[in-house]
Design a protein around this ligand. Structure first.
Ligand code: F6P
Length: 767
């Protein structure tokens, strides 16, 4: 079945397998027609040259023969002309005509009078040049009966010219010969064309058949096992791709039923009820969904700028449970109960936030150090060197243990469902597994997973991989990241990998690795209309109603390509000066990890670049780069999404990037253009965005110009199609798919456990 599916997306293969006759016919035509055309053209161009050459060869031959004959006739002719023996001359001429293959012979006096001639001599020909002129003259003469070749050769007695011997050859014969030659040549070319075509088609069919069989072999074998395949060399480069494709299709197929569901919070809740009824859900992440901060006005609650929180929070609202996270807010301790619990969301509590407290040293080593100076650049490959310090690693291990202990403490049963979030907790799954072997541990890695070579520079790579293999299910954004992870494990651990099932068996435990592209909750409605948002935003920025606006919304992070985005704006103003004064980029950048040098450097560079460009293009109050390095809450960000003409997402590397999806979700007017980096996971889904390579500044500038001048119809078409995708593939589907898979694995584990205990009991009875 899968084969059939795959073959549908490999049209050439499918054609070869499904309709051999029709396909062979078309396939053969594809060879024969161009070949016939080439041969026809060749014949058309070459034939006149061949004709010309053939005629020249024949004429040269005639001339040589005429010359010889003229010489041979000299002597008897002198004799008979001197005797004026007309009879003898006529006999001589007739005989020579017969034996010499001539058409006619004649003899003219020096004054040009035809004195003697063979019986075949055409009278209309008369005498040609007369006695004067050179010794031998040749010409082609058209007579009523056809063309003849005439050679006039002087007959001399010493120095006295007695007359001209005229030798006439029939050219019609030569023309007939030439036509025949041409005919033979054309037939030969045509035959050659057919033979070459047939040989080509035959050979192509043989290789085609071999290729098809090899591909079929790969597909069938791969359906049954994941052992390595011995495909012929020409198919070898395809093996990896085909297997990856097969796996992707299997995953999609598994998700087909899931896709058909209209994913809503209620649906997720009922799914949890049906599939995991009574099971406790625990989420673990570093970043907490609500931060309590002390301000002069009192305690404020804030939602952090985090893709993770954006995605997981709506899921927690839908399914309740407990979320364990680092309490980092200045008023966090004041707002928890004796168990460090606080009910959230503050306005309408639906789940529990359990805060874990970290000392400054712990936070420095685990969060800033190992997670954000080590793993973050390691996984993003954005040209910032990872830094690995033993002291950071020790804190990372200790903090993972602290969070694992919190999970164990919060667990009400021995088999809770634990959802671990991100690279801050690579070791936690194994730590929890050791204490709660029957727990279902699902981890989602929110950032990219690099290739094995890049990951290999981490001094604690084996420990990290072992920690991650404590998971029941490990999710990444894309199949590509899953593939990288499987290859990394293959490279550095003694594990058994089943590519077919995408599972890793390590130390007797099984981890399934799957792609789950993260998304957002589809918004119900917005408080203000798009025209109002447009007007508000421009008024706020002191801009005219017609001012064109591009928007960037990010954490201030070097992976987001903010520098490249600003450079693209500078370039677009250089290339299209008419935009100066009428267009600006509003860059909202939430300060992030600001105690790290790399982040401080980035902030200074962004500020300096914006300042330079603003100076360069400013006239009065005009600023092409409007920089807002501050935290904006989601309501304000939505107002900007709805008020902008273009949204620029130019990450140098990004697991998914939810800003792209949020912008699309915010545009219920079906306007606005999304510029999206090809290095984001989102680019694998939002094909109607203007996809760019952010490192290519010119390309970014051209895309920006195209976006700013895109007709409304095209904007609508692109936006509509992206909105359908984001609406259907929302965050409830993301969580639902993971939880359905978790439930499946749980059922399997329970059945296995029952079988084990039954067989143990049976064994005991026998003993
Ligand atoms: O989106 C990737 C991500 O690492 C999230 O996982 C994380 O929460 C977010 O970036 C913000 O980072 P931080 O929590 O360090 O501010």
């Amino acid at each position: 079945m899968l084969c059939a599916d795959l073959l549908q997306i490999l049209p050439t293969v499918a054609c070869g397998l499904k309709a051999p006759n029709m396909q062979s016919f078309r396939f053969s035509l594809r060879f024969i027609l161009p070949l016939a055309l080439v041969v026809g053209l060749f014949a058309y161009a070459v034939m006149p040259v061949v004709n010309d050459m053939t005629v020249r060869w024949f004429v040269r031959d005639l001339e040589a023969r005429s010359q010889m004959l003229a010489s041979a006739l000299q002597q008897p002719l002198l004799e008979y002309v001197a005797d004026k023996n007309q009879k003898k001359i006529r006999q001589l001429f007739d005989r020579s005509v017969q034996e010499g293959g001539l058409y006619a012979l004649g003899f003219c006096s020096p004054s040009g009078q035809l004195l003697y001639r063979s019986s075949t001599y055409p009278v209309v020909l008369g005498c040609r040049a007369g006695g004067a002129g050179s010794e031998t003259q040749r010409s082609l003469v058209d007579l009523p009966d056809g063309r003849v070749h005439v050679t006039e050769s002087q007959v001399r007695q010493g120095t006295e010219v007695l007359g001209q011997l005229i030798l006439v050859h029939d050219m019609r014969y030569i023309e007939r010969r030439t036509a025949e030659t041409q005919h033979y040549l054309i037939t030969l070319f045509a035959l050659l064309a057919v033979v070459i075509s047939l040989i080509t088609v035959f050979i192509a069919h043989l290789s085609w058949r071999g290729w098809i069989n090899a591909v079929k072999g790969i597909l069938h074998l791969d359906e049954r096992s994941s052992r390595s395949l011995s495909a012929p060399p020409e198919v070898q480069p395809l093996v990896g791709d085909l297997r990856a494709l097969l796996h992707e299709m299997r995953v999609d197929r598994r998700g087909e039923g899931v896709s058909a569901i209209n994913w809503t919070p209620e649906k997720l809740r009922s799914l949890l009820h049906d599939e995991l009824s009574g099971d406790q859900i625990l989420v673990v992440s570093n970043r907490e969904p609500y931060i309590h901060t002390r301000t002069p006005e009192g305690i404020e609650v804030r939602r952090p700028a985090s893709g993770l929180v954006t995605a997981v929070e709506p899921v927690m609202r839908a399914c309740s449970g407990t979320w364990i996270a680092h309490g980092a807010g200045t008023a966090d301790r004041e707002t928890v109960d004796a168990n460090d619990h606080v009910a959230v969301p503050p306005r309408k509590p639906s789940y529990t936030l359990r805060r874990v407290w970290l000392s400054k040293e712990e936070e420095q080593g685990y969060y800033y150090g190992f997670a954000n100076e080590g793993l973050w650049p390691l996984c993003h490959i954005a040209h910032v060197r990872p830094v690995f310090r033993t002291s950071d690693w020790e804190q990372y291990v200790a903090v993972n243990q602290r969070f694992a202990d919190a999970v164990i403490k919060e667990a009400h049963s021995e088999d809770p469902v634990v959802l671990v979030q991100d690279y801050h907790f690579a070791l936690l799954p194994r730590m929890v597994r050791e204490k709660l072997p029957r727990a279902t541990i699902i981890m989602f890695w929110h950032i990219p997973w690099p290739n094995p070579e890049s990951f290999g520079i981490c001094p604690w790579r084996e420990e990290i991989l072992e920690g991650l293999l404590g998971n029941t299910l490990l999710g990444f954004h894309t199949p590509f990241h899953c593939k990288n992870f499987l290859e990394t494990v293959d490279r550095y651990l003694e594990a058994r990998i089943e590519h077919e099932a995408s599972t890793i068996s390590y130390g007797g435990e099984l981890t399934e690795v799957e792609p789950y592209p993260i998304s957002i909750a589809w918004p119900d409605e917005f408080p203000r209309s798009v025209p109002d948002c447009r007007a508000d935003v421009r008024r706020e920025l002191g801009l005219s109603d017609k001012h064109l606006l591009a928007l960037g919304v990010d954490r201030l992070d070097y992976t987001k390509g903010i520098i490249e985005r600003i450079q693209a704006v500078e370039r677009v103003l250089e290339l299209y000066p008419s935009l100066i004064g009428h267009f600006s980029l509003v860059q909202i950048a939430a300060p992030s990890r600001s105690s790290l040098d790399e982040y401080q450097n980035l902030e200074s560079r962004v500020r300096a670049l914006a300042l330079r460009i603003n100076k360069r293009f400013s006239n009065g109050s005009y600023e092409p780069i409007i920089l807002k390095i501050e935290h904006y809450d989601s309501e304000d960000v939505n107002r900007y999404y709805r008020g902008a003409d273009v949204c620029m997402v130019t990450s140098l590397h990004d697991g998914m990037n939810l800003v792209a999806k949020e912008f699309v979700a915010a545009r219920d007017d079906e306007r606005g253009v999304l510029i999206l980096s090809q290095f984001t996971g989102a680019a694998r889904e939002l094909h109607e965005a203007l996809i760019i390579n952010p490192y290519h500044i010119e390309q970014g500038a051209e895309a920006l110009h195209r976006a700013l001048t895109m007709p409304e119809g095209e904007q609508r078409e692109r936006m509509r199609s992206m909105r359908i995708l984001v609406r259907d593939f929302n965050v409830y589907r993301w969580a639902g798919r993971m939880l359905i898979d978790a439930a499946r694995l749980r059922r399997r584990e329970r059945v296995t456990a029952r079988i084990h205990s039954q067989s143990r009991k049976a064994l005991r009875r026998v003993v």
